[in-house]
Design a binder for this molecule. Structure first.
Ligand code: ADP
Length: 267
């Protein structure tokens, strides 16, 4: 089993990702696709007059502050435009894909965090009314039902809180939790960079490999959102996933290349 997470940043070539996935799927590779949609969500939120608000925690992690209106815009884009766009591409390529969010069948479940600590103008503030959380539990029954019936699941945040409320969760870490729950052989985190760069944005500074027992020490090279990928990779390998790859989804055969070791390999 391979879990492929494709991000939502500018430059990602969804046609290339889907064509590669379709070929692998038809050749018998069992896989699940998890996706993001952050770039498009920012555009739609701006257009709807509710611009995105990002907050940085005291420990340096950036996340989207998700009030109820933001959550609804987030769902329109992630579960609507992006998810159905991917499912349509796969269907055109002859793959029977099914798009679901983490809410459906409670695939991704976690605790709802209503408040977030954020650094603003050098001061730590507590912001309330946040609809975020972290995936703590993956309910695999529905996914296994689909896989066993020959469908390719295409999954996206949000997740369900334990009370059944939609929560915005990080897609990389959700994919990591899924990879652990399904005992996947590999987790591929594909984005618009060649992998983890030692000197971002210098693409010639690619870190080719990271030892599985030392992932956290590479957090120092990751800025802002890349930190979540490194954290997800650490969680996946600690949970028993043998290989995590940070790969490039901008062109070519992004999934095959990452499976072949292109990018940053954590093992
Ligand atoms: P996606 O939405 O595609 O999953 P993110 O935007 O969450 O991707 O994270 C990838 C981004 O992280 C890159 O586009 C890049 O701007 C940023 N980044 C920060 N530090 C690094 C680094 N050291 N190496 C590579 N990318 C980095």
């Amino acid at each position: 089993m391979v879990i492929v997470k494709v991000g939502g940043s500018a430059g990602i070539d969804y046609d290339a990702v889907c064509a590669d996935i379709a070929a692998l799927w038809k050749a018998g590779q069992r896989l699940i696709l998890v996706h993001g949609g952050s770039g498009e969500t920012n555009r739609v939120a701006e257009a709807l007059g509710h611009p995105p608000k990002f907050v940085t925690s005291p420990s340096g992690y950036t996340s989207r502050f998700t009030d109820r209106q933001t959550l609804e815009i987030f769902e329109m884009v992630y579960c609507g435009k992006v998810n159905k766009g991917i499912v349509e591409r796969l269907q055109r390529l002859g793959v029977n894909a099914v798009g679901l969010s983490g809410l459906d069948g409670r695939i991704f479940e976690g605790r709802h965090k209503d408040s977030v600590r954020a650094v603003e103008n050098g001061k730590v503030k507590v912001l309330r009314g946040d609809h975020t959380g972290t995936v703590e539990k993956v309910n695999t029954e529905l996914i296994e039902l689909l896989l066993n019936a020959g469908y390719l699941p295409v999954l996206t945040p949000p997740a369900a809180s334990y009370e059944g409320v939609a929560i915005n969760v990080d897609g990389d870490r959700a994919a990591a939790a899924l990879a652990v729950a399904l005992k996947a052989d590999a987790l591929l985190l594909l984005s618009n960079v060649p992998g983890l760069l030692r000197n971002f944005p210098d693409e010639s500074s690619l870190i080719a490999s990271i030892p599985a027992n030392d992932v956290e020490s590479y957090l120092e090279f990751a800025q802002d959102r890349m930190k979540k990928k490194v954290l997800g990779a650490a969680e996946a390998v600690q949970g028993g996933v043998r290989r995590v790859v940070f790969g490039d989804a901008r062109a070519g055969l992004p999934v095959s290349a990452a499976l072949g070791g292109a990018g940053t390999v954590v093992s």
